[in-house]
Design a protein around this ligand. Structure first.
Ligand SMILES: C[S@@+](CC[C@H](N)C(=O)[O-])C[C@H]1O[C@@H](n2cnc3c(N)ncnc32)[C@H](O)[C@@H]1O
Length: 253
């Protein structure tokens, strides 16, 4: 992870090194402004849940956790280790805000922190969680925020994706944050990109989480199905953008 971070730091550029107008705007209007997103309600929820010592029995349908292999985990620990960080959560909100995205899909609800960041501005958010007990807890957590336009699905991802596309076929943003395995990640990419529109943001979390994730990300970047790929240290973002020449950007964030 440290090696990957040093490599990223060495290659990442700021606005001066970006020649694509689309990515230049992304840097100036999205990356640099994301820190102004008001997420006070989510911070309160995080604070409340970080005191919750209730245990949840986990059904692991993915690559598991590097923090714990226990099948019972505290709500507080899940919020701390599985939920999106504040910095990247605000980034998700700012992407939705800047590009006026109506519909979002999240793969991996966990405690609902990422879901909350997506739902601040989106009109419709669909989120998929495979573990029944996690799903149950997440439904209670998000109730505290009174989110509008939210559909929560308790399903394994391959089945959940089909259900999500029955609810809505046109997503402006898809956040892939679960089952961090090489083949599964490539399979989700191929399934989603074939249904994506020209401007859909496909956002992969934890691209440097393991060798398998890094390999999957490198293959996604070289796929002919996408022209724009943006790498931040933790997340990777791709779009079709047929009008643009294929190019990869590593941006400071
Ligand atoms: C990293 S957490 C999601 C965190 C959340 N997106 C956030 O930002 O707060 C990943 C979640 O994906 C779920 N998951 C993993 N593999 C899955 C699969 N194959 N099908 C359905 N859910 C899965 C796990 O149960 C876990 O709750």
């Amino acid at each position: 992870m440290l090696k990957a971070f040093l490599k990223y730091r060495k290659s990442a550029v700021n606005a001066h090194g970006i020649h694509s107008p689309f990515v230049f705007e992304f840097y100036n209007e999205v990356l640099t402004k994301s820190k102004y997103v008001d997420d006070s309600k989510i911070l309160n929820l995080r604070k409340q849940l970080s005191k919750d010592t209730n245990l949840i029995e986990i059904t692991d349908l993915g690559a598991g956790s590097r923090k714990s292999t226990a099948n019972k985990r505290k709500v507080a620990d899940l919020v701390r280790h599985a939920g999106v960080s504040r910095k990247y959560g605000r980034l998700l909100t700012q992407i939705i805000r800047h590009y006026n995205i109506d519909n979002c899909l999240e793969m991996g609800t966990s405690m609902g922190i990422g879901t909350a960041y997506l739902s601040i501005d989106a009109k419709k958010t669909v989120t998929i969680e495979g573990c029944p007990n996690t799903y149950k807890q997440a439904t209670q957590n998000v109730q505290l925020l009174n989110l509008n336009g939210l559909s929560m699905l308790n399903a394994e991802f391959s089945e959940g994706l089909k259900q999500a596309y029955e609810i809505e076929s046109n997503y402006g943003l898809v956040y892939i944050d679960g089952n961090h395995q090489y083949q599964a990640t490539l399979d989700y990419f191929n399934w989603i990109i074939d249904r994506a529109n020209n401007d859909t943001f496909l956002i992969f979390d934890d691209i440097n989480w393991s060798e398998g994730m890094r390999q999957a990300w490198d293959e996604i970047v070289s796929s002919e199905k996408i022209n724009v790929s943006i790498e931040l240290f933790r997340m990777g973002i791709v779009l079709k953008r047929k009008e643009q020449t294929k190019q990869h950007f590593i941006l400071k964030f």
